[in-house]
Design a protein around this ligand. Structure first.
Ligand SMILES: [Zn+2]
Length: 83
């Protein structure tokens, strides 16, 4: 049984499962969110652990993809996480 990974729509949080591990999957969301980057679920969980004081002032307005970049910059997500 190959492992599977969950990917989350950054807009509506719709989830899809794929049997490969990449940072994000580009696909058209079935909930009319358009052509989007679905982000791997465990990356999104790490994004949540960026400490409050390290979050930029506009954190609430950032989309999930941007938050992944912040998490990378803060070292919460590391390069191996992206593989
Ligand atoms: Zn969606």
């Amino acid at each position: 049984m190959p492992r599977s990974y969950e990917y989350v729509c950054p807009v509506c949080e719709n989830r899809v499962t794929r049997e490969f591990r990449v940072p994000s999957v580009v696909r058209t969301c079935e909930n009319d969110c358009g052509f989007d980057h679905y982000i791997r679920a465990d990356l999104l969980e790490k994004v949540e652990s960026v400490p409050e004081e390290d979050r930029p002032d506009d954190w609430e307005e950032l989309d999930n993809e941007r938050r992944v970049y912040v998490a990378l910059r803060e070292g919460v997500i590391t390069i191996p996480d992206l593989q």
